[in-house]
Design a protein around this ligand. Structure first.
Ligand code: IVH
Length: 702
């Protein structure tokens, strides 16, 4: 889409914008600004390799928004600002597809594919056939129509002949270009097919959000994508972070006097054309192969990599590459004869629900967990599965003894897809929710508007105490390695560890003698516990396991105080002045800091030597790394890696996960390896050592 020269030119233009004042950017030609923004959308959403920080993109976007607000006459339908749409959608009108959206025939193994190849050769009369093989994306299929280079319609598949017009929602998907230069290929109108997806990370985050809101998790990203396309609030669709792969051209009308481009003679040529026009087509994932053996090998190799992809695929699609040969083979009423799906091993399995146990979490939430006959799903044996809450059980119509279908997809945690009431024998029994805590016997409560029953005996319920200690130690909290789930449970049962401060008073002499512990492991445990005392305040806040407080909110809260106990003086209203803190979260924090036992525990922790003071705030919280990206490699001498990373974030910078052109600084410790080598090849990355890094952030505490 952009060659090297164009890339360099547009990036230079970007930097000159960013080095200028907002007033200057707003005085720039509006088309230039749009060109720059589209270029960065492409880098981000199509190539997944942004050249600027999100905040920098936002600054340019805001400048464009301002120009358009002041001079509405300049707005164009394909302006980057024109995706977002404010009002609600009334309904999705029915629309007819230009060409029916057929399904694909399925195959499951090598002999099935060999059979497909044999028939294709027979029907075409060719001795060998070239195939284009690409992933089978597991999402919701869509059809897009572009007319005179503009996106004019987006529709769902519907029954294959008539679908729903979802144009407004499709415009919210940033990997779908609002305009594309089809006229350069002599094309006046084109219908393109593809798949809308929600990637695994976004799916997991979305499911976590549903759970937090007391709603039910979705079984798979496909349902999440399909459901999202039918939402009537386009801004909500925008927030769902959907993506689209476009993989098939189903209809073309040429401009008068033009001939079809040679690119369209092969399927791989169309994928390339789409890619070059700025679409996310499977250009880099596809392979053109001759002979079915190579096809089979490619499919099998791809299946092995399935888990490493950021999105779900449920197989591969094998397409005859030459369009002329496709036409010769034709189609049945159900599927084309020139293409076939090769389905991967299912990640679904059927089982029987034998019993339900009720587990109590650290916030007292009681979760029903089904014990099922062990079943192998996508290589993992599943023997128990969360049923989340009472509402979920009702919605899925579950009874003890039921046959159920389960799926492990996207967010790895297996989910119940459905039960089979038609297989019931009459022996099945309803799942009864307990009225009192299954661990401590305290009566359970459920506020009207929530889905979850809770044990509110928080400081005395053994289950909650143990879960809170486990959370306190966890990697993203105080990061005490060597004190995981099983050990915490064991120490609790033996009476060696009865609350959080108890972590700092473990009877090491006794533990050293226990089976499975040696001198070395006890010393390591002691060191890890000692090191945890130095963890910054935001980690401690997160570690306390206050309801609704995730890592991000903990960071925002930590910024509010000089000392953790200052929270005892803040009102619910004052707490709500914190970023992302609404009434519910504020109430929860307020309650926590107005509970005498909690305060006593915090004072104990301070006496033990934990950091209740906000040292970062005094020493080096600033915005002086704003928009800068960092990556640490090798062993640092003075700072722990996670401390160094949080210093970057607290100074407004961001941590990247790998070396790429987006990286500004690689901070190199001892024994740095391949990351350093890679960074040396990218001229724009500054390579610095730990001392230089400390100078940049103003020598924080070590
Ligand atoms: S081609 C006429 N290619 O799978 C051929 N379909 O089970 C049209 N799908 O309805 C389909 N990835 O929604 C094609 N790379 C891919 C695909 C793909 C996913 C979906 C599509 C289709 C369904 C058939």
């Amino acid at each position: 889409m952009y060659n090297k020269e164009q890339t360099q030119h547009l990036q230079q233009q970007t930097l000159s914008f960013l080095n200028d004042s907002d007033e200057h950017i707003e005085a720039a030609p509006v088309n230039l600004l749009r060109q720059v923004l589209r270029f960065h959308e492409y880098r981000y959403y199509i190539l997944n390799d942004p050249l600027i920080a999100d905040a920098e993109y936002d600054r340019l976007y805001k400048a464009l928004e301002k120009i358009e607000q002041q001079q509405p006459g300049l707005i164009t339908a394909d302006s980057p600002t024109q995706r977002v749409s404010k009002g609600l959608i009334k309904d999705f009108p029915k629309v007819q597809h230009l060409v029916p959206m057929l399904s694909l025939d399925n195959s499951y193994n090598a002999p099935d594919l060999a059979d497909f190849d044999r028939k294709a050769k027979e029907l075409s009369g060719l001795p060998v056939i070239a195939y284009c093989v690409e992933p089978k994306f597991d999402g919701a299929s869509i059809s897009l129509i572009y007319e005179n280079d503009l996106l004019v319609r987006g529709a769902t598949r519907g029954d294959g002949v008539v679908g729903d017009d979802i144009t407004t929602n499709i415009r919210q998907i940033r990997s779908v270009p609002l305009s594309a230069n089809f006229s350069a290929y002599g094309i006046q109108q084109i219908e393109i097919r593809g798949e809308v997806l929600m990637n695994k990370d976004h799916f997991k985050a979305y499911n976590d959000l549903l759970e937090e809101k007391g709603e039910n998790r979705l079984a798979n990203p496909r349902n999440a994508a399909a459901g999202s396309l039918r939402i009537k609030d386009p801004r909500e669709v925008n927030r769902r972070n959907l993506e689209a792969f476009l993989y098939h051209i189903s209809d073309i009308t040429l401009l008068p006097g033009h001939h079809a481009s040679p690119a369209l003679e092969t399927h791989s040529g169309s994928l390339k054309m789409l890619w070059e026009l700025g679409f996310r087509s499977p250009e880099n994932e596809k392979k053109v192969l001759t002979g079915i053996d190579e096809v089979i090998a490619y499919c099998e190799a791809f299946e092995k990599q399935r888990d490493t992809l950021p999105y779900e695929i449920d197989g591969m699609v094998i397409k005859v590459n030459e369009v002329a040969v496709q036409e010769k083979l034709g189609m049945t009423t159900h599927h084309p004869r020139w293409a076939i799906a090769y389905k991967f091993k299912a990640r679904q399995g059927t089982s029987k629900l034998r019993a339900v146990e009720f587990q109590v979490g650290r916030t007292g939430a009681v979760t029903p967990v089904a014990k099922i006959d062990p079943v192998l799903v996508g290589g993992v044996t599943v023997g128990s599965i969360s049923l989340h809450n009472e509402e979920y059980i009702r919605e899925k119509n579950l009874r003890i003894g039921d046959h159920i279908l389960i799926e492990r997809s996207g967010d790895v945690i297996p989910q119940v897809v459905k039960s089979f009431p038609e297989l019931r024998t009459g022996e099945e029994t309803p799942i009864l929710f307990p009225v009192s805590c299954p661990v401590c016997g305290y009566p359970l409560e459920k506020p009207e508007e929530e889905a979850i029953w809770r044990c509110n005996n928080s400081n005395h319920c053994p289950a909650q105490i143990v879960e809170r200690i486990i959370h306190f130690n966890s990697k993203d909290a105080m990061d005490i390695r060597g004190l995981g789930d099983a050990i915490v449970r064991k120490f609790y049962t033996l009476g060696y560890l009865k609350d959080i401060p108890g972590i700092y008073h473990l009877p090491y002499d006794i533990i050293r003698e226990m089976e499975g512990f040696g001198n070395k492991s006890v010393t390591n445990l002691q060191l890890a516990i000692e090191a945890s005392k130095k963890q910054p305040l935001h980690r401690l806040i997160y570690a306390l396991g206050i309801r609704y407080i995730g890592e991000a909110t903990a960071k925002a809260l930590a910024q509010r105080v000089e000392h953790l106990l200052d929270f005892t003086t803040l009102t619910i209203e004052e707490l709500q002045e914190t970023e992302d803190v609404g009434p519910k979260v504020a109430e929860s924090v307020y309650q926590f800091f107005h509970n005498a036992e909690n305060i006593q525990m915090l004072k104990q922790l301070e006496d033990i030597g934990l950091q209740l003071k906000n040292k970062k705030k005094e020493l080096h919280s600033s915005n002086n790394l704003s928009g800068q990206t960092f990556l640490f490699t090798g062993t640092l001498n003075q700072l722990k890696r996670n401390v160094a990373e949080s210093i970057v974030e607290e100074n407004g910078g961001a941590i990247l996960s790998g070396v790429s052109s987006k990286l500004n600084y690689l901070v190199v410790g001892d024994d740095a390896g391949s990351k350093l080598e890679k960074a040396k090849k990218i001229a724009t990355i500054k390579i610095i050592n730990e001392e230089e890094f400390l100078k940049m952030v103003g020598e924080p505490e070590k």
